[in-house]
Design a protein around this ligand. Structure first.
Ligand SMILES: [Zn+2]
Length: 133
C-alpha cells in the first residue's frame, strides 16, 4: 500500500465508484478500509459522508464486513448446510465448510493416487501393523 493520495479530485466520484474502490482495497489488502486508510484512498471522508451519510453506511453498501467478529451465515461447500461463521474465519479460506469432515471429504473425493503412491501407502500401513504386533 505504497500509494498515497495528496490532492483528491473526488467531486465526480459516484457511490458506485467508491464502493468499487473499497472492494478492490479489501481484495488487495484483506482489510476493511478504515478512516486511517484515507490517505491511501483516492476519495475524501467528506465525499463519503456526502454520498452515504456515514463511513459505515458506505462499507455496508459495498457489502464489506464492519467488523471481523460479525457473524454471517455460510453454506457448506460439501453438504450445503447453512451454519453461522465469524467473518475472520470466512476470510481465511475460499470455500466454507460446516465441519472438518466435510472439508476433508470435499478435497479428497475423486483424488487419484498413482500406482507408486498406492504402493507406498500400502507399505507404510504394513510397517505400522508389524510395529503394533
Ligand atoms: Zn458440510
Amino acid at each position: 500500500m505504497a500509494r498515497t493520495y495528496t490532492s483528491k479530485s473526488d467531486k465526480n466520484m459516484s457511490r458506485r465508484d467508491i464502493t468499487r474502490i473499497v472492494c478492490e482495497f479489501f481484495r488487495l489488502t484483506n482489510e476493511v478500509p478504515k478512516l486511517r486508510h484515507i490517505p491511501h484512498l483516492p476519495f475524501s471522508k467528506q465525499r463519503v459522508i456526502k454520498l452515504f451519510g456515514t463511513w459505515n453506511a458506505m462499507l455496508e453498501c459495498a457489502d464489506l464486513p464492519l467488523n471481523r467478529y460479525k457473524i454471517r451465515e455460510i453454506k457448506c461447500a460439501k453438504c450445503g448446510i447453512v451454519v453461522p461463521r465469524q467473518m475472520k474465519e470466512i476470510r481465511k479460506s475460499k470455500k466454507q465448510f460446516c465441519s472438518s469432515a466435510c472439508n476433508a471429504s470435499f478435497y479428497t473425493t475423486g483424488r487419484k493416487h498413482s500406482e507408486a503412491t498406492k504402493q507406498k501407502i500400502s507399505e507404510s500401513l504394513k510397517a505400522k501393523r508389524i510395529f503394533k504386533d
